[in-house]
Design a binder for this molecule. Structure first.
Ligand code: FA5
Length: 339
C-alpha cells in the first residue's frame, strides 16, 4: 500500500469538504469499519518483518495526523455554521423592550377604599357579607314579612331555588353581624354588590355597590348617627358641601332618614341628575328598629343602634362629576383611564 499517496489523497479530499455532512462522509471513507486508514493499519500483519517497524511508524503518523486534521476541520465548520446563524437571525439587544401595560384601580374601587378608610378612622370594622341571600334575611328579619308593601321598594332577582335571591341591599348583613357579635357592642361597615330588577337610567343600575353601616351599644342615639354621617360627608366632600337630612321611611329603622348632598349649581347636568332639586340622595339611614335588634339577638331595652346604607357609585358621580351611572360597568377604557 502506498501510504504517501493515501495521505495526499485523504488530505486533498478533506480540504474539499464544504460542510459537516461532507466531512462525516469523508470520515467514514477513511476511518469507518472498512475505512482506508483502518485497512492500512490492518495491513501491518502482511508486511515483511524487515519493513514492519518503518511501516508501523509511518501508518501511525498518518492515522494521527489525518484524525487531527478531521477534528480541526469539523470544529471550523461548526464555528462557521454558528456564525452564519448569528448574522442571519440577528438580534438587536439595544432595541427598547415592549412596555408592560400597567393596570389601575377601578374608580369604584378607589371610592370604596376611601369610604372604608374614613369609617375605619372612626372605629368601624369592615365586615364582608354574602351577595346571595335568602328571602328571610333580605326581608323578613328586617321587619318585612311576605306581602309587606315596603318590599315594592326593592324589586328582586330570584334564583331557581325558591326563597334564594340576590340581595337587594347590604342591610341583610346587619343580621349576620348582629348574630355574630350580640350581646356585645358593635361598629361595622359592610361593603358589597347589590342587585335590583330596575329600569336602568343615568342614576340607577341593576347592579351597584352599597356600604352598610351599623353601630349598636348602650345609649347610641340619633345624635350619634347625625354626627357620624356629617363627619363622614365633610371628610369625603369637603367642609363647604351641604348635607341635608330628611325624614324618610324604612321598615328596619325607626325613625328613618335620608341624606342628600348638594350638587354644584354650575354643572350643566345638575338638573337631570338631581331631578331639578339641586340635591342628590346618597344614603338611607335611621335608628335600628327594636324588632330587628331582637332578630339579631339584642335586647332593645338594653341597647340601641343606628344603621345606614349608601351607594358609592352615586358618591363617585358627585366626586368626579360623572353624569351617567351606566359607565361604571361598561368596561370602556376611555372612561376608566380618566381615573
Ligand atoms: C336601602 O337600600 C336601605 N337598605 C338603606 C338603609 C340601610 C336604610 C340601613 C336604613 C338603614 P335605598 O334603596 O334608598 O335604601 O338605597 C340606598 C342607596 O343605594 C341609595 O341612596 C343609592 O345611593 C344606592 N342605590 C340604590 N339603588 C341604586 C341603583 N339602582 N343604582 C345605583 N345606586 C343605587
Amino acid at each position: 500500500m502506498d501510504l504517501t499517496s493515501l495521505e495526499q489523497r485523504a488530505t486533498a479530499e478533506l480540504a474539499a469538504c464544504a460542510d459537516e455532512a461532507a466531512l462525516r462522509a469523508w470520515n467514514t471513507t477513511y476511518f469507518g469499519k472498512q475505512g482506508e486508514v483502518v485497512q492500512a493499519v490492518a495491513k501491518l500483519k502482511e508486511v515483511p518483518p524487515a519493513e514492519k517497524p518503518a511501516y508501523s511508524k509511518e501508518v501511525n503518523r498518518i492515522k494521527v495526523a489525518l484524525a487531527a486534521a478531521y477534528e480541526a476541520a469539523l470544529a471550523q465548520v461548526k464555528e462557521k455554521t454558528l456564525e452564519q446563524s448569528l448574522t442571519q437571525h440577528a438580534l438587536d439587544v439595544t432595541l427598547p423592550g415592549r412596555r408592560a401595560p400597567r393596570g389601575r384601580l377601578h374608580v369604584a374601587t378607589k371610592v370604596m377604599r376611601e369610604i372604608r378608610a374614613i369609617f375605619a378612622d372612626m372605629g368601624f370594622q369592615v365586615y364582608r357579607s354574602r351577595e346571595v341571600e335568602d328571602d328571610r334575611t333580605n326581608f323578613e328579619l328586617l321587619n318585612m314579612p311576605p306581602h309587606h308593601p315596603a318590599r315594592d321598594m326593592w324589586d328582586t332577582f330570584h334564583t331557581t331555588t325558591p326563597g334564594v335571591i340576590l340581595r337587594t341591599h347590604t342591610s341583610p348583613g346587619q343580621i349576620h353581624v348582629m348574630r355574630q357579635f350580640a350581646p356585645n357592642p358593635v361598629r361595622a361597615v359592610l361593603p358589597g354588590m347589590c342587585y335590583r330588577h330596575e329600569a336602568v337610567s343615568t342614576r340607577s343600575e341593576i347592579q351597584f355597590e352599597q356600604v352598610e353601616g351599623l353601630a349598636i351599644g348602650p345609649n347610641v342615639t340619633m345624635a350619634d348617627l347625625k354626627g357620624t354621617i356629617t363627619a363622614f360627608a365633610r371628610r369625603l366632600f369637603g367642609e363647604d358641601r351641604q348635607v341635608r337630612i330628611r325624614s324618610s321611611y324604612f321598615p328596619f329603622t325607626e325613625p328613618s332618614i335620608e341624606v342628600d348632598i348638594d350638587w354644584p349649581k354650575d354643572d350643566p347636568n345638575a338638573d337631570r341628575l338631581t331631578k331639578g332639586t339641586g340635591w342628590l340622595e346618597i344614603m338611607g339611614a335611621g335608628m335600628v328598629h327594636p324588632t330587628v335588634l331582637r332578630n339579631g339577638g339584642y335586647d332593645p331595652e338594653k341597647v340601641s343602634g343606628f344603621a345606614f346604607g349608601m351607594g358609592p357609585q352615586r358618591i363617585a358621580m358627585l366626586l368626579h362629576a360623572i353624569d351617567d351611572i351606566r359607565l361604571f360597568w361598561q368596561n370602556d377604557l376611555r372612561f376608566l383611564q380618566q381615573f
